[in-house]
Each structure stands twice: as C-alpha cells, then as structure tokens.
Design a protein around this ligand. Structure first.
Ligand SMILES: NC(=O)c1ccc[n+]([C@@H]2O[C@H](COP(=O)([O-])OP(=O)(O)OC[C@H]3O[C@@H](n4cnc5c(N)ncnc54)[C@H](O)[C@@H]3O)[C@@H](O)[C@H]2O)c1
Length: 435
C-alpha cells in the first residue's frame, strides 16, 4: 500500500518505519526541513531503542522516504496517517490546530479514493470535524473516508509496541475503511492480539479513557505512599501484596515523583475539558491530576525540610531528566519542575541524564550544570536526587559513590535503592512511601 504519514515525531516516525518494515511504500511528511534532512540520512533524531536500525534498513530498501511536499505524494496515497502534536490549549482542551492544518495541507491533492486516518490523540468529534472540512473543501470529486486509529505505543519501547501491539483500536464508519486498516495491521497481529473495530467516537474516547485510567493508577499509589510515610507503613510491601491480586495488576503501581511525558498530563487535561463541555466533572481524573502536582511539590518539600528550608548555594545532584527511562523526551518530566523549584531557592543543580540533556536544556530556564557522566555530577554535591529510574543508576556502588559524593543524603524519587544498604554507608535516605 502507498502510505503517507504527516508528522514525523515519536508516533509518525515509528509508525512510518514499521509500516515500511511490513512492505508498504511510505512517505513521511513534515514541516521541519532540518528534521527531514537528518531523517533522510537515517538519523532518527529521537532516542528510541531499535528505531535507527529499522529506519536505516528501510531507507536502504527505499520503502521509506521523507518529504516536505504533500502535493508530490498525496495523490498516490491509499491511506494518509495524521501524526502531529495535539498539545494542551490555553483552556486545557487539546489544541487540534496542527492537526487541522495538516489536514488542510493534503485536501487539495486528494485523488481517487483515500483513507484519512487520525492517529493523533484528539477529542471526541475530531474525526467528524475533519470529515466535514474535507467534504466542504474537496474539489475534484475524489472519494475519502476518515478513521480514528489512536496510538498506544510507549516511548522507550515504541518500536516493539508498534510491531507487537497488545491491541489495535480503529474507529470507522465504512466497510472500505475497515478493510484497509485490517489489511495494514494484520502483519502486526499474527500472535492473535485483537483489533477492536468500533465507531469513530468510541475509538477517540478509548484513547483518553486508557491514559486517564493509567494516570489515575499512578496517582492512586502515590497517594497511598503518602499515607505509608505518615502511618509508618512501607509502600513496597503494600504494593507487592496489592499487585498479587489479578484484579489490581502489577503495572503502573510504582510510587514516584509523579507522571509526566507528552501524553498523560495533556490527555488528562483534555478529557477533563471534554467532560466539562458536557457538564460532567470527572472527579476521579481531576483528583489524579491534583495528586500528581502535589507529588512533585511533596518531593521538593522533603528536600527543603532536610536542609531546614535553606538550599541556597547547596549543590544538588540530579540523576535523570527524562520523564521515564529509555527515552530522551523531557516534556512535562517531573525533573523539570523539581529542578526549577530548587534552583529558584538558590540551589546549584548538577543535572545528569544518559540521553535527555539536550532536550532538557531547551526547557530548563534556570542555570543548571549538565553532566553526561552521572558520577561526575555528584562531585561536591550536598544531596543526590534520583528522578528517573535509568538502569545504570540501579546498582548502588558504594566505593565509587563515596569517592565522589561527600554529601550526606540521597532522595530516591523512584525507590530504586535499598534504604538499609544506603544507610550502612552513612547516607541519610529518603524514598517515596518507605519507612
Ligand atoms: N509520544 C507518544 O508517546 C504518543 C503516544 C501515543 C499517542 N501520541 C499522540 O500522537 C500525536 C503525535 O505525538 P508525537 O509525540 O509523535 O508528536 P511530536 O511532537 O513528537 O511530533 C509531531 C511532528 O509533527 C510535525 N508537524 C506539525 N505540524 C505539521 C504539519 N502541519 N504538517 C506536517 N508535519 C507537522 C512536527 O514538526 C513534528 O515533527 C499526538 O496527538 C500525541 O498525543 C503520542
């Protein structure tokens, strides 16, 4: 099939590469010419395990190309996937302006029959608005359908998730659209995982329901972690025992410094805004959002309390800037808020991350010293904060740490170290929800 993907970010690039991998001819279109130049030589720009190898392989076999010109490729497309950003708008709703301008950019060149697939996370009713826009503006009698195909990949394992999805969700209102999407996804579902075909509005809502549920799970366990601290219980014992109940499950029950990333915060805001629009409060999701904000503040307060509310000129080493391991994405990462709060109080921040430093520089306005080597970051530090659970931070190496870190305290925002072990080496230790 001839596939056009509009927007080559985390979703568009991974989707385009994986569709090429299964034998389709893919053209990825973006408005960022600098990005396109790098992509053409096989540099994926983003850090995503496995992506570069797959991208280079498909460039060599000419199944994937990159272009800034929709008009050169849209006429031949069987399906056009929209994968541009849908950030939070000023009122908290999803801003679909990039999506609508992406749609506008293809409409004049549609020819024959084309399936327009919205892969962006966008509010219920978006596909219907796209359909109306195309209907009102299409000129040459071309035929089209609009489908919703929300994406569920996770950054850090995006390629794996796309090639072997738990499920695929498609919202369609025509048999023709369903047939195309079934055919496209069939190679990814050989293990028997389901494709859920439904009406378009249900597909749009499914994505928001999933993300706000997962965000709620994280906030729930974070709230319980606060109770643990106040009541002298241990979150790990509580969490493990909870997780053994298959009705509760093992995932997304890790307490920490709050959720972040390009999806949960904005999707939670967007579903709250959608609910407000139909006079519903969605109290659980609202609470999840409040708890998430509080969780970051609580962590900062822990640090401030330790230093009697005076971190002026204190050197604070931060390990981990990305919102989670295996990605260089720092959008809405808790580390950004925590660093900013401490820097505003006069702390000198030494920040380290294996892959996210360049992205963090763009977002962090305060003066911060960056270290690619996390051990160097603790040199001369008064405190160490662990904010992302990168694998290379997991092993506590007392000899190495002692040589560089003269500070007395570790704030482990991801509970990756054993408190007893750390304390044996003379450090004070503060985790999340631990005794
Ligand atoms: N990142 C994720 O983990 C993830 C997971 C599931 C769903 N989503 C959703 O997928 C969508 C895309 O997210 P992302 O993280 O890939 O975004 P991104 O910000 O990484 O990439 C968006 C790309 O679109 C390009 N673009 C913007 N306007 C354009 C236009 N008019 N024409 C062509 N290109 C244009 C930008 O230059 C950029 O390269 C969002 O709706 C998001 O909520 C993201």
């Amino acid at each position: 099939m001839n596939i056009v993907v509009i927007g080559t970010g985390y979703v568009g690039l991974v989707a385009g590469t994986c569709f090429a991998e299964t034998g389709n001819d893919v053209v990825c279109i973006d408005i960022d010419e600098k990005k396109l130049e790098k992509l053409r030589i096989g540099d994926p720009i983003i850090y995503e395990p496995g992506l570069e190898t797959l991208l280079k392989k498909n460039i060599r076999s000419r199944r994937i190309r990159f272009s800034g010109e929709a008009k050169d490729h849209v006429p031949d497309a069987d399906a056009i996937f929209m994968a541009v950003g849908t950030p939070t708008g000023e009122d908290g709703s999803a801003d679909v302006s990039h999506l609508m301008s992406a749609v506008e950019s293809v409409v004049p060149y549609l020819s024959g029959y084309t399936l327009i697939v919205n892969k962006c996370t966008a509010p219920v009713g978006t596909a219907s608005n796209i359909k109306k826009y195309i209907h009102d503006n299409i000129k040459n009698g071309a035929e089209f359908d609009v489908a919703s195909n929300p994406e569920f990949l996770k950054e850090g394992v995006a390629v794996q998730d796309f090639l072997y999805p738990d499920r695929v969700v498609v919202g369609v209102d025509s048999v023709r659209a369903e047939k195309i999407l079934r055919e496209l996804y069939e190679p990814f579902l050989r293990s028997g995982n389901p494709i859920h075909v439904m009406d378009v509005r249900s597909a749009e809502l499914t994505k928001y329901a999933c993300n706000s549920f997962l965000a709620t799970k994280i906030s729930f366990i974070n709230d319980i972690s606060v109770l643990c601290e106040k009541l002298g219980a241990d979150i790990n014992s509580v969490r493990h025992a909870m997780s053994s109940d298959p009705r509760i499950g093992k995932t997304f029950l890790y307490p920490g410094v709050g959720y972040g990333g390009s999806c949960f915060p904005k999707d939670v805001k967007a579903i709250i805004s959608t609910a407000s629009g139909v006079d519903e409060n969605l109290s659980i999701v609202r609470a999840a959002e409040q708890i998430n904000d509080l969780q970051k503040k609580r962590f900062v307060e822990k640090v401030l309390k330790y230093f009697n509310n005076d971190v002026n000129k204190k050197v604070i080493a931060v390990w981990g800037l990305a919102f989670k391991p295996q990605t260089d994405d720092v959008r809405e990462a808790p580390a950004l808020d925590i660093i900013s709060a401490l820097a505003k109080k006069g702390a000198i921040v030494h920040a380290s991350d294996p892959v996210a430093i360049d992205n963090a520089r763009v977002f962090i306005k305060e003066e911060v010293k960056y270290f690619t080597d996390h051990i160097e970051a603790v040199d001369g530090a008064d405190a160490l904060l662990i904010l992302t659970e990168w694998n290379e931070y997991r092993t506590f190496d007392p000899k190495k740490l002692k040589k560089h870190f003269n500070g007395k305290v570790v704030f482990d925002g991801r509970n990756i170290w054993n408190p007893e072990h750390i304390k044996q080496y003379g450090y004070d230790y503060f985790g999340v929800g631990r005794k």
